[in-house]
Design a binder for this molecule. Structure first.
Ligand SMILES: Cc1cc2nc3c(=O)[nH]c(=O)nc-3n(C[C@H](O)[C@H](O)[C@H](O)COP(=O)(O)OP(=O)(O)OC[C@H]3O[C@@H](n4cnc5c(N)ncnc54)[C@H](O)[C@@H]3O)c2cc1C
Length: 343
């Protein structure tokens, strides 16, 4: 998975790798909490890409502080019509238009004092929508729906990662069948833990994306340095450039090997702390490496016609999503390290 992600990110200006992060997150969440029926229903479809999913966790008021999310799921109907009605607004839902299902975290316990223990995770089916925005209304009887529920998506323009589109998605009485609550009755109140299980692997994968972007930036910089003549000699002839390229290569190799090592640990069911560590380190390293690659390009590094300008903006987002760097270091890495020292 790490090798494939790195190659996708290297070959498609960063965003390609994120295509397989979403199914990875939902798959891990289903493995952590899904019933046998749910695993049989969704895992093969996710694995073959028959079903593409997006992740709807972040809200306008709650990103890092995800335990506070306030989109609600309220029980409705009975028998074949039993299910949940989703209300509220999610944001930054990447691939939200194209997705066939959303992995949605919602509050099923109206008592907000229950915090993260009041959250549940749903697989929310939806039609495919247009990239420039979408609006759907549910028909009565559609999968047991009482009818009239709406879902509207507004795209968010971004400075980079333009190969993927993120949406703010508003739900008004959108019906989800009871069978789509991950874990069914046992999953009520456990959604926070299931989505966290999903995100652990997502972090490792984001590190692999960062390695791919760095590698692409390094290759572009090396080629440009060989081709571009300044003061009568190729930029690559100058020792300063060679030292820069060497430092970039060292950091890329260290990042790659760190990712492989964590992948090995996670394959054995270990390495959750290290998955956060590798994400924190490698994503920041990608900012530096792509910055140096842009620098070697001089002015043309800032021109959209040169891919390195995209690598630079693509790398910038990696420390923000899948756990903002500060939150990751504070809430996962430091918390674990301090707890271990105290023990
Ligand atoms: C391109 C893109 C794609 C995304 N895709 C998805 C997606 O598919 N699904 C999804 O659900 N979300 C997605 N996100 C959302 C992403 O996960 C959030 O942006 C991220 O979790 C941070 O939340 P926030 O933006 O609300 O920042 P905030 O939580 O508002 O944080 C603002 C700043 O405060 C810092 N901070 C937070 N807590 C502390 C603290 N205790 N001490 C000091 N500093 C702190 C943060 O690190 C950050 O620097 C995406 C975001 C982007 C940019």
């Amino acid at each position: 998975m790490v090798v494939a992600t790195e190659e996708l990110a290297r070959g498609s200006l960063g965003a390609g790798g994120s295509l397989i992060t979403r199914p990875e997150i939902l798959t891990r969440a289903l493995l952590a909490g899904g019933t046998e029926d749910q695993k049989q229903e969704w895992l093969p479809k996710l694995a073959t890409a028959e079903v593409m999913n997006a992740v709807a966790v972040t809200e306008p008021d709650y990103g890092s502080d995800v335990a506070g999310v306030k989109v609600t799921a309220t029980r409705t109907g009975e028998g074949d019509g039993a299910g949940w009605l989703i209300n509220g607004v999610k944001t930054w839902c990447t691939f939200g238009a194209r997705a066939d299902v959303l992995m949605l975290l919602a509050r099923t316990d109206p008592d907000r004092s229950t915090g993260h223990r009041g959250l549940s995770l749903f697989v929310v089916p939806k039609p495919r929508g247009e990239g420039h925005g979408f609006a759907f209304t549910q028909e009565a009887g559609d999968g047991g729906a009482p009818g009239g529920g709406t879902m509207e998506g507004r795209p968010i323009d971004t400075i980079g990662y333009r190969g993927m589109h993120s949406y703010e998605v508003a739900f008004d009485g959108w019906f989800v069948p009871a069978a789509n609550l991950i874990g069914r009755e046992d999953g009520e109140g456990r959604g926070f833990y299931y989505q966290m299980a999903g995100f652990e692997n997502g972090r490792l994968q984001t590190a692999a994306r960062a390695v791919g972007v760095m590698q692409a930036a390094y290759e572009a910089a090396r080629q440009y340095a060989l081709d571009r003549v300044v003061f009568g000699r190729p930029v690559a002839d100058y020792q300063l450039t060679r030292a820069k390229l060497a430092r970039m290569a060292v950091i890329i190799q260290a990042s790659r090997q760190f990712s492989y090592a964590v992948a090995g640990m996670m394959a054995k069911g270990e390495g959750t702390l290290e998955a956060s560590m590798v994400k924190a380190y490698v994503c920041k390293a990608a900012e530096w490496v792509t910055r140096e690659a842009m620098q070697i390009h001089g002015g043309m590094g800032y021109a959209e016609e040169f891919p390195v300008s995209r690598y630079f903006v693509d790398a910038r987002v990696l420390s923000i999503f899948e756990g903002a760097d500060e939150t990751l270091c504070l809430k996962v890495v430091a918390r674990r390290l301090v707890a271990e020292r105290a023990a």
